[in-house]
Design a protein around this ligand. Structure first.
Ligand code: GTP
Ligand code: MG
Length: 503
């Protein structure tokens, strides 16, 4: 192989300049290497400081907030409040999509009643069926209760049932309208633990995807004169289930107000009025031909979230003095998402596997939603677990998490309105939470007791001392939630500024 001699022009001048002298002695060489090592250490340290400064600068510019809590705790509703307050135009521009969700919710409530009627019919045709298909499980007992005696359905009610059966198709038709072209984004999932209500619930993978699918659908028909471009609704759309719902309004009202039906629902322990997406008390309004949802309707409409969605806002806080980019992450509360692969006994150790774990590092605050009203309910995903107990376990796992020790936690004891109504209707809190003892069955006493419980858990399990921030909320009430979110924004911003030594 020929030996190639490189000309001096081929050699990088910098390499030449820093090359060791040709006649370097061993002592000189050792001294040179030591000095190069020291220089490299200084250079590495400077690189690290630059990186840390960059990370800090990123953190200062953006406030990251995670919404966390079990399914149906009110996370997406809290996010809607942020949207309503900070980008009301965008919030209202989505009303056409939410109108369809309200329709879906109405159809689902009716389906639950029709399914309950079918169960009563079955019982009447085979009265000796030995065990109940309806499990009534409280946190202390896992055995099925005996089958309740269901009331006889009158011939009029059976006729009503027949007439309302076309509504069963409404869900399917709405469902197909939400699905974007690239595959079904909207699905049906089991929601609660009784066979009646296990009748599926719609969910979306990404709030943005389903809304854009719906907008595409609307924009394809904007040439029609019947399209209300401001609301984005085509009033004459033949596929719109609004007409079927409108024509069935009287039947739906009769069904919902019927005393036998109420007795049937009571016997099955189905409190539709406490279920998410309940609009049966507003049938006339929400089935009117030109119905456009109010802000409150949008807050009440129920669409389950699966996965994590990020929403960006520019929010002002501290009396409008500080304006920051905010990223709010809404994490679907299904158990597998919130806890990853862990089971309830591994809550403290395995939190890394939760779907939201990648967001841990830069999160400034977590708004944790614990609905107190569900003290007498069990999880949809696991009928053996009481919902309140589940919230407490999840709270403990969050406060004790080492990765979150610097993260600010803000607790919302949510669904206060439903809690108040339940206690006033005579449901005894102490029957479900034994440690509550003989304290008064009042809203004030129950919330005080639960606040103390969550505060103790926070105090006893936080790796470093942290302030306990807690609010009693009803996030479907935009007026009271506005005040609370203003307060929360200031709390988060002040801590973020303090952390970055600005105040
Ligand atoms: N009455 C009442 N209803 C509420 C309250 N908060 C939420 N809801 C309703 O409860 C239902 C569930 O709320 P979401 O915000 O969808 O719950 P989520 O935590 O996002 O649930 P996932 O998406 O399943 O994780 C919706 O229909 C809300 O309108 C409240 O404080 N009071
Ligand atoms: Mg949600």
């Amino acid at each position: 192989m020929p030996s190639l001699r490189r000309s001096t022009e081929d050699v990088d001048p910098l390499t030449l300049a820093i090359a060791p002298p040709a006649n370097e002695s061993p002592v000189e060489r050792a001294a040179r290497l030591a000095s190069e090592k020291a220089a490299k250490e200084v250079s590495d340290r400077i690189d690290e400081e630059i990186l840390a400064a960059q990370r800090n600068a990123d953190k200062k510019d953006v406030v990251r907030v995670l919404l966390l809590g079990q399914s149906e705790s009110g996370k997406s509703t809290t996010l809607k409040n942020f949207q309503l307050i900070n980008s009301p135009k965008a919030f209202r521009a989505e009303k056409a999509s939410w109108r369809a969700v309200v329709q879906l919710n109405v159809a689902r409530s009716i389906r639950i009643i029709l399914d309950a009627m079918s169960l009563a019919q079955q019982q009447q045709s085979s009265p000796l069926s030995p065990t109940s298909p309806v499990l009534s499980i409280d946190s202390r007992s896992s055995s099925p209760t005996p089958e309740p005696d269901l009331p006889m359905l009158t011939p009029e009610l059976l006729k009503l049932k027949m007439r309302l059966s076309p509504l069963l198709q409404v869900e399917n038709s709405l469902w197909s309208r939400f699905s974007p072209e690239d595959g079904a984004q909207m699905h049906l999932a089991s929601i609660t633990n009784t066979p009646i209500t296990r009748t599926k619930e719609a969910y979306v993978h990404s709030a943005l995807a389903w809304k854009s699918a719906f907008s595409r659908l609307m924009s394809s028909s904007t040439s029609r004169s019947s399209v209300d471009s401001e609301q984005g609704i085509d009033w004459d759309d033949p596929k719109d289930p609004g007409v079927i719902l409108h024509n069935s309004a009287d039947d739906m009202k009769t069904l919902w107000q019927d005393t036998t039906i109420r007795a049937l629902l009571d016997a099955l322990r189905l409190r539709l009025e406490d279920m998410p997406g309940f609009f049966l008390d507003d049938i006339d309004r929400v089935t009117a031909l030109k119905y456009v949802p109010s802000d409150e309707d949008v807050l009440k409409a129920r669409l389950k979230t699966i996965g994590i969605t990020e929403h960006r806002f520019v929010l002002k806080a501290a009396g409008n003095l500080v304006s920051r980019d905010w990223r709010i992450y809404d994490v679907g509360g299904a158990r597998s998402l919130v806890r990853g692969s862990m089971n309830t006994n591994q809550l403290d150790t395995d939190s890394h596997s939760a779907a939201w774990a990648p967001y841990f590092e830069n999160i400034d605050a977590i708004i944790f939603l614990a609905p107190l009203s569900c003290f007498d309910q069990t999880l949809a995903e696991d009928p053996m677990v009481n919902r309140l107990e589940d919230s407490i376990l999840l709270w403990r796992s969050i406060v004790s998490n080492q990765l979150l020790k610097q993260t600010q936690l803000i607790l919302f004891l949510n669904k206060s309105d439903i809690l108040d109504a339940k206690l006033k209707s005579g449901i005894q809190f102490s029957k479900w939470v034994i440690s509550y003892g003989d304290r008064p069955n009042s809203f004030d006493a129950v919330t005080k007791y639960m606040k103390k419980k969550f505060s103790m858990i926070c105090k006893q399990n936080s790796p470093v001392e942290r302030v306990f921030h807690c609010h009693c909320t009803s996030v479907t009430d935009s007026r009271t939630t506005f005040q609370i979110l203003e307060n929360v924004k200031d709390t988060i911003i002040r801590k973020s500024l303090a952390d970055s030594h600005i105040i």
